[in-house]
Design a protein around this ligand. Sequence first.
Ligand SMILES: [Zn+2]
Length: 294
Amino acid sequence: MFSIAADIRANVPLAIVEATPFPVLLYAEDNFPGSFFVSIMYKNEKIVSSPMFLFPDSAYTYYAFLAVPYGYEIADKDLSIIFSADSKILIEKTVPFFTQTYRSETIELDRTLTSIREDTSKRRQYESRMLYELIVSFEDYHGGLFDTWFMPVGSGRFSSYFGDIREFVYSDGEKAYSRHSGIDIASEKGTPVILPVYGRVMMAENRIVTGNTVVVCHAPGVYSLYYHLDKIFVKKEEEIVSGTVIGTVGTTGLSTGPHLHWEVRVAGVPVSPFSLIGCSLLDIIKKVIKIKQN
Ligand SMILES: [Zn+2]
């Protein structure tokens, strides 16, 4: 059905955990025509995929970060990781998959916040499309592989957790459900928001739902997002180092009080930011395999 080229090898994790980022690596020691691609499949259904990028300073090690989204109803079953080039399957690996559990919460919205949730304006649709297109894009950018992740706000309390199952109660009593794609850290307005990991600013603007918003790229398909800021201190296209104050905690957009919504996306999938704290993206890669340098 598929052939394994003798000069190509792959490394994958021992297991995949829901909403937790993981790397895959491919070694192609000869010049291989075409570009490499990796997909996570459940039976014949593609869950997530990414182009593969040459690891910095390596001639033949390619890598990608991936994650399986929450809410995927395939508890504790095997997934396939398929490496391909020009639609030709090169290597297929099978990896067990594990789900996590999440909290539930109910949020009551006043008339103003209800109108933001129910906003169907052209501007909101445009903003939603722009943000989506950004977080599903893959930059050939590797500046954020090496720094250790830490919490972007020094003081505060968690007011919502990653993956929370949310029931919104609108001012007219109507209900709506969604998942919380980041963590909320309630803190005083004006508290500095610090960038944990080197990156390039991809978005720094005011949006209807997320208020003053900053999105930073750290590696191909890996983005951190900062919502509801009071002030923004960085500009689009700027490269910023770990420890930079990118803005301050606020309550702009759809927000019931001063807090930072902090989110991390990998290949478009929201992942638990807690899974990154205390390690670097490179540390995560090293868990899978030692990088071969030239
Ligand atoms: Zn939030």
